[in-house]
Design a protein around this ligand. Structure first.
Ligand code: ZN
Length: 435
């Protein structure tokens, strides 16, 4: 077997000789156990785990059941692992646009606003922004709840292809969040005169994160978070080859499977001086709302020692087996700490090789990272070539479950010194982040 496993056995046996469970990490994290959870989460009966749908709720209930089986405590001293919160969801109910001398089709406009009506002209005082690339558009949508003024965004027409997908989700807003409107228009130029009138139907879906903890033995108020998002894209409007369910086996049933495995492992190990927090977030795919809600009210960011978010670890990384990358690698020394704990093993972490994609800002680690927390995402996804990414074909049979199991073990072992209160990663210099 891999050296990483041998290393793990030695370390655990030395650290906790009384626990027969902890003597062998393979008894807890192995291909069979990983596949069982991954299979359940990516099954067709989860209906693509879209937030606020029966399939999404079914996934949350399943994860809560696994947290209970693992012996986690609930966060607030009640018996529930489910963290529920209300959102506003707006769906377009009518759009009229006068655009210079002409007009624009309704499908060229997307509003992000919790208001039932939006009226906007060149005199409305909206800030104007232009987005030219997919990365810019994606970055904008991911941080849309941080926008502090009404904004009209001109989206380059080369991005027309992804407009329908953005619209399909409707637009979520925090119920008690800011009430600014962002209006995306697919157009190259802003005319001198324009009128946009949008009517929206507003509903109030209740969304659900799943959270469980293992209280620290010494440093109870220092938190180490392990997370992944359980939501995915739901059911496609039109079937492809007879399949219409976005199973999201890699994105991100794989990460949540990792979180459940780590919960079992650390519970059995039970040598965590710091409090460990295990979270399955909702609504990542539509703007990281689950993690924003959780992060903004969980604890003071200063009390969060580290966050290891796991996103898409089901395929081989560009370096092959027994490797993964860490987003925002150079923003803290956490990567170096994780590597130190893997010394002598066959497993390697690398810095994120896709810096143009801004992955550090695109997943559930971003909210806490912006607040200074060493919060990174661990992934293997080949962002330039992952044929099933955001497709109905992202299914269990496309994953390398054995490799995934090795990655989860490596995360467990690499986090040991942080979990045990020995190492404390340096903070993100939040002031220097460009978003
Ligand atoms: Zn994802």
């Amino acid at each position: 077997m891999m050296k990483v496993l041998i290393f793990g056995v030695v370390l655990l046996a030395a650290a906790n000789p009384c626990s027969s469970y902890a003597q062998n990490i393979n008894q807890i994290i192995n291909t069979d156990a990983v596949e069982k959870i991954e299979r359940a989460l990516s099954a067709d009966d989860m209906q693509g785990r879209k937030p606020g749908t029966p399939g999404g709720e079914k996934a949350a209930t399943f994860i809560a059941g696994e947290f209970k089986r693992a012996g986690l405590k609930s966060l607030y001293g009640d018996s529930s692992y489910l963290q529920r919160f209300s959102m506003l969801n707006a769906k377009p109910a009518g759009v009229k646009i006068v655009w210079g001398d002409g007009s624009l089709d309704a499908d060229k406009v997307i509003a992000f606003s919790g208001r039932p009506e939006i009226d906007l002209t060149e005199k409305s005082g909206y800030a104007i922004k232009k987005l030219k690339s997919y990365a810019e558009l994606r970055g904008f949508i991911d941080s849309i709840s941080l926008i502090t003024k009404n904004t009209l965004i001109l989206v380059d027409s080369s991005l027309a292809g992804i407009f329908p997908r953005i619209r399909r989700f409707g637009s979520l807003r925090f119920k008690n969040g800011n009430n600014h409107s962002s209006v995306l228009v697919l157009a190259q130029q802003l005319p001198e005169k324009f009128t946009i009138h949008i009517k929206q139907t507003i509903t109030e879906p209740v969304l659900t994160n799943v959270v469980g903890i293992i209280p620290g033995t010494v440093k109870k108020n220092e938190y180490v978070i392990f997370s992944g998002h359980y939501d995915h894209l739901g059911i496609a409007d039109k079937p492809e080859n007879g399949d219409s369910i976005y199973n999201g086996a890699n994105d991100d049933a794989a990460g949540v499977t990792g979180v459940i495995m780590l919960a079992r492992y650390f519970k059995a190990f039970h040598n965590n001086e710091r409090t460990l927090v295990f979270v399955a977030f909702t609504a990542e795919e539509v703007g990281c709302y689950g993690s924003q809600y959780f992060s903004n009210q969980f604890a003071s960011p200063n009390d969060v020692t580290a966050m290891l978010n796991i996103e898409m670890i089901g395929t081989e990384s560009k370096w092959g087996k027994n490797t993964a990358y860490i987003t925002g690698y150079d923003k803290t020394d956490m990567g170096k700490i994780l590597e130190k704990n893997l010394a002598g093993s066959d497993f390697n972490f690398y810095a994120d090789p896709y810096p143009d994609q801004q992955l550090f800002y695109r997943s559930d680690n971003a909210t806490l990272a912006r607040l200074g927390v060493p919060a990174h995402t661990i992934s293997t996804s080949k962002m330039d070539h992952e044929p099933n990414y955001h497709k109905v074909s992202d299914e269990l049979n496309t994953l390398d479950v054995a490799n995934m199991s090795e990655i989860i073990k490596a995360i467990a072992i690499s986090a040991t010194s942080i979990v045990q209160g020995i190492d404390k990663p340096s903070r993100v210099n939040a002031g220097a982040l460009h978003k």
